[in-house]
Design a protein around this ligand. Structure first.
Ligand SMILES: [Zn+2]
Length: 252
């Protein structure tokens, strides 16, 4: 698995900041992808600085009007998106094999997970916060990519946006107990005392991916924490912000 900063390309053009993964840039002829991190996608009022967001989409060569947006509710359901699938339905992931359908997930501490099957030309965008990890949204979505849509686990390339790190994701006993019911937490937990625990969401998600036969070297985490890195990523835990980073992937 890669998580070195050298796996990431940071772009800053005309006040538009976004990062891209080298492992997906290899397929730039077939897909476009980016994690926008100052594009002011605020979840409650939808897009607050629309011009900034339009510029971001233009920069990527994406038609803003075609963005496929889901109303993320921390569930375990994905939707297959085609050209006229209704926007803003309650799902936490989307899959498509149709060109020019840009899949979008919004995050501020949660994982924005972009998936590409370079052999079968399928893509997915997954929103996984701690509830999504608990609900195994990533595993369920990728499982269906493989067993329902005939993707090949060996040709899946997966990249994960900046998200909250192990040291920053502190929870109380109630949340820890929920994880205990689903996972063997001796591998993923640090007890801090005073009923506080740290949970290693990243390792849980990686193990879920590996259990589906995904090649470890095809999984890349950004290596940046939204809360404790100095990059200025939006972090709900740090700032209580309504702003969201935008993880986008589209088949050309
Ligand atoms: Zn951190």
């Amino acid at each position: 698995m890669n998580n070195l900063n050298s796996d990431i390309v940071f772009n800053c053009k005309n006040n538009i900041n976004y990062l891209q993964f080298k492992s997906l840039l290899k397929y730039n002829n077939d897909i476009v992808h980016a994690i926008g991190y100052n594009n002011d996608y605020a979840i409650k009022e939808n897009i607050t600085n629309k011009q900034n967001y339009l510029n971001f989409c233009n920069e990527l060569g994406i038609d803003y009007r075609k963005l496929f947006n889901i109303k993320q509710i921390h569930c375990d359901k994905y939707i297959f998106a085609n050209l006229n699938t209704e926007n803003n339905q309650e799902y936490d992931a989307s899959i498509t094999n149709i060109k020019n359908v840009p899949l979008l997930v919004k995050t501020a501490d949660c994982m924005g997970i972009l998936v590409y099957d370079y052999k079968n030309k399928y893509i997915s965008a997954i929103h996984a916060g701690w509830k999504g990890v608990l609900n195994r949204i990533t595993q369920k979505t990728i499982n269906d990519m493989i067993y329902k849509y005939n993707c090949d686990s060996k040709s899946l390339v997966i990249c994960v946006s900046p998200c909250i790190c192990y040291n920053c994701f502190e929870v109380d006993k109630d949340v820890k107990d929920m994880f205990d019911n689903v996972f063997d937490m001796k591998y993923y937990l640090t007890e801090k005392g005073n009923n506080k625990y740290l949970i290693d969401l990243k390792s849980i998600v990686i193990d879920d991916m590996l259990s589906l036969g995904i090649i470890k070297d095809n999984i890349t985490f950004s290596g940046y924490c939204t809360k404790c890195s100095e990059k200025g990523f939006y972090s709900y835990r740090k700032d209580n912000t309504e702003k969201r980073m935008s993880s986008i992937i589209m088949l050309k």
